[in-house]
Design a protein around this ligand. Sequence first.
Ligand SMILES: *Cc1c(COP(=O)(O)O)cnc(C)c1O
Length: 401
Amino acid sequence: MVRGKRAILAFHGGQPVREMLLPYGRQWIDEDDLGAVLEVLRSGWITTGPKVAEFEEALAAYVGAKHAVSFSSGTAALHGAAFAAGIEPGDEAITTPMTFCATANCVLYQGAKPVFADICPDTLNIDPDEVARHITPRTKAIVPVDYAGHPADLDAILKLADRHGLVVIEDACHALGADYNGRQVGTVSHMTVFSFHPVKHITTGEGGMVTTDDAELTRRLQMFRNHGIDSDTHQRQADKQWYYRMVALGYNYRLTDIGCALGLSQLRRLDINLARRREIAQRYTAAFQGIPGLLPPAMRPDVNPAWHLYPIRLHLKKLRVGRTDVFRALRSENIGVNVHYIPVHLHPYYRERFGYQDGDYPVAEEAYERLISLPMFHGMSDQDVEDVIQAVGKVVKYYAI
Ligand SMILES: *Cc1c(COP(=O)(O)O)cnc(C)c1O
């Protein structure tokens, strides 16, 4: 790029910053992972064998929780947590509009109503004051999301939950390995939900986990992911070996031994993955400090985010174009930017079913208009990171007023 002169955007036929598209997130699989999966395939146990319990114990130990229950996806884990919390038809659960739709859908799966509460303008996490405004006698649970890997305002949320007798289901699908006020995410809320989708910090292909310190919640989670079958019966009725009892309507949400072997192998590298993501975030934030057209993500004191995403916000008043043009220009430079998230209440299903409209959650909607997620994954090379920084500088400076 020529100093002092505006480079020709790839969008306008110029040379792109890189030849190959850099995705916004991607898994990292090494030889140890391949070996672990092969070993399971050769072992004779490919689902619900020893690796499931081993992975659950290892993940519980990693976050410092008493119990961990695995599920076939993060979404299934959210559904299990909604069931374990006792969410039923007629109930409400309060969640954030700034999330993937699965967070709110798990409440619908239980026949209850998700109620949105607007977000804090700095972290884009659910605002505890807004949660308080939406609590009614029907409220059963609060479902905060640790957006981008930055823990939500959990102490304030737990205080509200305590006062009103509510369950806190923390959607920490972005936040495996994050710290909150000296505590590890996974030990703070009544239940914490993780995802092992390939773009997350560690992967099992598809997979999820709920951590909790509560033995009764653990029992309900285990039952729910196995058709509602009460597993204790096996021990109690050891003499009648065929006997089992289905005591609730559950699902087959089990994670396989194949997935758990991969997860165990991946978990050994989680600290390395986290360190790399934190390094990339630091490099980005330092580089973007001087660019007036954009706002890097906020970081509150006493929090160590896990950096699932690196979402920047554009200062639209300082740019000649809107988010869509900046997004397209970055894609043309072969930077695989994304948008997280379209506020959930604005999806057609939610609008049609609940009558949500533009303007219902102004902070989330204003943020959405300005958001762009930059590539962020632990397998990024230094050159990848520099390419992103160069492309963002090129595009934002080109459109600056
Ligand atoms: C990834 C994700 C989920 C769902 O996880 P899956 O494993 O893909 O089902 C739920 N909530 C949030 C915030 C996520 O990022």
